[in-house]
Design a protein around this ligand. Structure first.
Ligand SMILES: Cc1ncc(COP(=O)(O)O)c(C=O)c1O
Length: 422
């Protein structure tokens, strides 16, 4: 495996962690070192590791078979649960990763509208297919003016056509985004965005921004897609429920699989019906493991545990963590922004409020890396970009352990961070 890993996002210098086991909110590496897991497989493990109900559901299903070339009853149950909870979902289809979910949602939008371009937000993340690998983390010097960003490739190998077919919108700037959408309108199949930018720094959109995107896309018959692969963890119906703005299509992943590789996309019946094999033409969606009963059983068990009360308690803990983190940085005089939404949070080492990609890009990368590595050495795993996600097994004591570890790392690093600034 190049770099010794099979997933670029889990590699970090000097070498990645190799985790042997997890239970609740704790993980153990192959050396036996225990850590508090504040990342939970990039926000997917909302119930922590090896949750008894999920383990039982997987055990039971594994004994009955793990995959058939046929529909199965468990996928019907999970589909019904999702359609009942998420406002925009009349119908849903399963796949295996968020990458596939956004790829199919975009393709479906192109098929439905007969147009080819996709508009997306600068700094948002939608996975790793060609259309997704554009302007997720561009070099600001090459990305054009903040109110009119230009499409930049995120990866070597991203084809030119992906750039030509992508329109980039600034986040949280409703006037500029609307102007760009109006200019491109006749060619746009969809606008896709995370209503809360997750991996890109936990940045919530304003309700005004979402409202404006909703009204202009409706007027121009452009489909609005919310990528709620991460943000479904903030409320039972996701950020669309929280903000009262309903998109045409929604993509889901992470928590809906209970820790197994499950994702989904869905939305308006008249759009989703294009995928009905009884229609001609229809949009085909193969996938050996789509709706596989093992993932469906794990997802159903996990989502059933996530009641309104569980969400509320987790979000209360999230608000307290963000407050406590801000206090720690303030007490040391370290310039940092703590962005928190629900049980998600991210730390940005900058003195500017982080409201979009450009303000996020002003955060200090060296401090972020030293902070992250310091935490690894103090028994805590966050994302290397200093994003974290709480899980339900976390107690007050666990949270205090995290806050104490942050305090210890900042104490160790503060003087070198100050001399860097000089
Ligand atoms: C908002 C969003 N969309 C899509 C994806 C891609 O999901 P996956 O990693 O399952 O392909 C991610 C992954 O982090 C994500 O955060």
């Amino acid at each position: 495996m190049p770099g010794g890993t099979t997933r670029t996002t889990t590699y970090f210098d000097p070498y990645p962690l190799y985790i042997a086991r997890g239970e609740g909110c704790r993980i153990w590496d192959v050396d036996g070192t225990e850590r508090l897991d504040l990342l939970g497989n990039y926000t997917a493990m909302i119930l922590g590791h090896a949750h008894p109900k999920v383990v039982e559901a997987v055990r039971k299903q594994a004994a009955q078979g793990t995959g058939f070339a046929a529909a199965n009853p468990v996928e019907v149950q999970l589909a019904a649960l999702l359609c009942q909870r998420v406002p925009s979902l009349d119908m849903v289809r399963f796949c295996n990763s968020g990458t596939e979910a956004t790829m199919f949602a975009m393709r479906l939008a192109r098929a439905f509208t007969g147009r080819s371009k996709i508009a997306r937000v600068e700094g948002g993340y939608h996975g790793t297919h060609d259309y997704a690998e554009v302007s997720t983390h561009p070099d600001v010097a090459e990305a054009g003016p903040p109110a009119a960003p230009i499409a930049r490739p995120d990866s070597i190998g991203t084809p030119d056509w992906a750039l030509e077919q992508t329109v980039v919108l600034p986040f949280n700037n409703a006037d500029a985004a609307e102007a760009i959408i109006r200019r491109e309108g006749g060619q746009l199949a969809a606008v896709i965005l995370e209503p809360i930018i997750g991996a890109g720094g936990v940045i919530a959109s304003t309700v005004e921004y979402l409202d404006r995107l909703r009204s202009v896309t409706r007027e121009l018959a452009v489909l609005l897609i919310f990528d709620e692969v991460i943000s479904l963890r903030v409320a039972p119906g996701g950020a669309q429920q929280l903000n009262g703005v309903t998109p045409d299509l929604t993509t889901l992943g992470k928590i809906i699989g209970g820790g197994l590789p499950v994702a989904a996309f869905g939305g308006r019946a008249d759009v989703m019906e294009l995928m009905d094999p009884r229609r001609s033409p229809n949009l085909g969606q193969g996938g050996t493991y789509n709706g596989n009963p093992l993932g469906m059983a794990a997802g159903l068990a996990a989502m059933t545990e996530l009641t309104q009360d569980v969400y509320e308690e987790l979000n209360r803990k999230g608000a307290r963590v963000s407050e406590q983190l801000s206090e720690v940085f303030a007490s040391h005089g370290v310039r940092a922004q703590v962005n928190g939404v629900g049980s998600l949070f991210a730390i940005h080492f900058t003195d500017r409020p982080v409201v979009d990609y450009r303000t996020k890009a002003s955060s200090n990368r060296k401090m972020t890396h030293e902070f992250f590595l310091g935490l690894v050495n103090h028994g805590v795993l966050m994302a290397p970009r200093a994003m974290g996600a709480l899980s339900t097994p976390m107690t007050e004591q666990d949270i205090q352990q995290f806050i104490d570890a942050v305090d210890a790392v900042v104490t160790e690093q503060r003087s070198s961070w100050e001399s860097d600034r000089v």
